[in-house]
Design a protein around this ligand. Structure first.
Ligand code: ADP
Length: 158
């Protein structure tokens, strides 16, 4: 079985992320959305709430699971028995970052391949940070999130 992990912060998970998962399912039998825990900062939405909301979103899709993880992405890929790391690419800035990460990960384990999908043009400008900014100024963020993804707002910091 071809298993991939899709690691990221997903703070919040956007239409851009959902598109990568959807298209990734054409390549892989199973994708684990891997919500990285950053020891340095707690983020906007608590990690447990990010995981809960995503599990709810994908509850009817047995080929997608959602986990949080600490530490190195490559170690988590191993733990999951995944041979692929799925990522998305929007801009040249993403490119440089993704290239560096893929290179390091290949040096750590040449058997785990990073697969990068180009963004859908309409979704190229959607980022978690833009969505956080909109929320901060009181705008409705639902148009930027996949239908059915609901975060418990009381848990979210301003
Ligand atoms: P990270 O903090 O690891 O960059 P993110 O949650 O910001 O995590 O993003 C996870 C992955 O999704 C990254 O590979 C990022 O480039 C990709 N991504 C984010 N937004 C989009 C988008 N609109 N279209 C395609 N890929 C995206």
């Amino acid at each position: 079985m071809n298993k991939a992990i899709f690691p990221g912060s997903f703070d919040p998970f956007t239409l851009g992320h959902a598109d990568i998962v959807e298209r990734g399912l054409r390549l892989f039998d199973h994708i684990t959305i891997a919500v990285g825990i950053n020891e340095q900062k707690s983020g906007w939405i608590p990690v447990e709430e990010r995981v809960r909301a995503l599990r709810e979103l994908y509850k009817d899709e047995p080929r997608v699971s959602v986990e949080s993880y600490n530490g190195l992405t490559i170690d988590f890929a191993h733990e999951q028995g995944a041979r692929f790391i799925l990522r998305g690419l929007r801009t040249h800035k993403d490119y440089e970052y993704e290239l560096g990460m893929a290179d390091v990960n290949r040096k750590l384990d040449a058997h785990i391949e990073t697969v990068v999908l180009f963004t859908e043009a309409d979704l190229a400008n959607i980022s978690s940070s833009v969505v956080r900014e909109l929320a901060h100024f009181g705008r409705d963020i639902r148009p930027w999130l996949p239908t059915g993804l609901e975060y418990r707002i009381k848990d979210i910091k301003d």
